[in-house]
Design a protein around this ligand. Structure first.
Ligand code: NAD
Ligand code: TYD
Length: 352
């Protein structure tokens, strides 16, 4: 079947992997990428597909209702994969309103546009909302996992805004019958991630001999998934997930921050031909993040049992691939870290 899919936030980290996957895997589809190109959006992430006949880029804001109306009509959009968001917890602590605007109001504008364009003709339509495990709050160290039935309990302005958007998506399904699916994924890592998130930030800092600011005691736990495994799960859920359902996506791959950081330090040093332990002294404990969630861990058995998805990469393999990618693509990193980045980083670091 031919489809016309609107991907929002396709110039960001995960979105660029999703766009690349769809454009390559479905030559008969039209993939329209709507992205505002905030600091986190980067068209260099999409060089491989930019000239493909089944791909269009539109620079614009998901809050722009006129633009959305026009895009749905002009391209006869029948599917949405919604990734556009403000995505960094630390930024949300300093600027929560921007998070409410894009993540809540932007999602609502998109839901309204889909509702209006499809207007009850739901057959063959799908609105896939991409969300995070952070909406579930924090776990203790008792081995419990987040399931699709875990009560929402967000703590940061970022997770609160994503939780709110998830509720609106479900409300549009329950109230109007909009054919929605929601996925909640754990922390992603891999190529093209903006260097404000732990893994690319620390790889870049180790390379340049800069301090590695570890929040608190480094004991917080995250469940890490390679980004291409996430993109594969999104493709599967978009096409085969059951309408109205939620699917958790995760790697069953929990790491304490400090242990992960030690792996990063060892891997970067080894790949740069430095002596073992050369960069250990960069690890610097700093004031903890406000409201820092202790542990996230996803139970993705529903996705495995219903749709057969499993993560494909072992973490050690994924980290090796990721570190190599950042070291081999220093021009990509240099481009991003030029301009405003340095002053932003200094400001953030001064706050810690
Ligand atoms: P990102 O910050 O790398 O990219 C976000 C993209 O959205 C950027 O290209 C940006 O330009 C665009 N954007 C922001 N505001 C916009 C607006 N108003 N209109 C149009 N475009 C806008 O984010 P990411 O890490 O790729 O995350 C993508 C989605 O996946 C988000 O919804 C996030 O909540 C979710 N998610 C992320 C992770 C993770 O570990 N990164 C985990 C689970 C879920
Ligand atoms: P991050 O990549 O920001 O993702 P999230 O907050 O969405 O989980 O952070 C991952 C973990 O690393 C989180 O527990 C916070 C911690 N962290 C640091 O210790 N130092 C840092 O400079 C950053 C960015 C994160």
């Amino acid at each position: 079947m031919k489809r016309n899919i609107l991907v929002t936030g396709g110039a960001g980290f995960i979105g660029s992997h999703v766009v690349r996957r769809l454009v390559n895997a479905y030559p008969d589809y039209l993939v329209v990428n709507l992205d505002k190109l905030t600091y986190a959006g980067n068209l260099a992430n999409l060089k491989e597909v930019e000239n493909r006949p089944n791909y269009r880029f539109v620079k614009g804001d998901i809050c722009d209702r006129e633009l959305l109306r026009d895009l749905f009509a002009r391209h006869a959009i029948d599917g949405v994969i919604h990734l556009a968001a403000e995505s960094h917890v630390d930024r949300s602590i300093h600027d929560p309103l921007t998070f409410a605007r894009t993540n809540v109001m932007g999602t609502l504008a998109l839901l309204e546009a889909a509702h209006e364009a499809w207007n009850g003709a739901w057959e063959g339509k799908r609105f896939h909302h991409v969300s995070t495990d952070e909406v579930y709050g924090a776990l203790g160290f008792d081995g419990t996992l987040f399931t699709e039935r875990t009560r929402y309990d967000p703590h940061s302005p970022y997770s609160a805004s994503k939780a709110s958007s998830d509720h609106f998506v479900r409300a549009f399904h329950d109230t109007y019958g909009l054919p929605t699916v929601v996925t909640n994924c754990s922390n992603n890592y891999g190529p093209y991630q903006f260097p404000e998130k732990l893994i690319p930030l620390f790889i870049n800092n180790i390379r340049h001999g800069r301090p590695l600011p570890v929040y608190g005691k480094g004991e917080n736990v995250r469940d890490w998934l390679y980004v291409e495994d996430h993109a594969r799960a999104l493709d599967l859920v978009f096409h085969e997930g059951h309408t109205g359902e939620t699917y958790n996506i995760g790697g069953f791959n929990e790491w304490r921050n400090i242990d992960l950081i030690r792996v990063l330090v060892r891997t970067v040093d080894r790949l740069l031909g430095r002596e073992e332990g050369a960069s250990d002294g960069l690890i610097t404990y700093v004031t903890d993040r406000a409201g820092h969630d202790l542990r996230y861990a996803i139970d993705s058995r529903k996705l495995k049992d219903e749709l057969g998805w499993e993560p494909s990469l072992q973490f050690e393999e994924g980290i090796e691939k990721t570190v190599k990618w950042y070291l081999e693509n220093q021009a990509w990193m240099d481009e991003i870290t030029s301009g405003d980045y340095e002053s932003y980083y200094e400001r953030m670091y001064a706050n810690r």
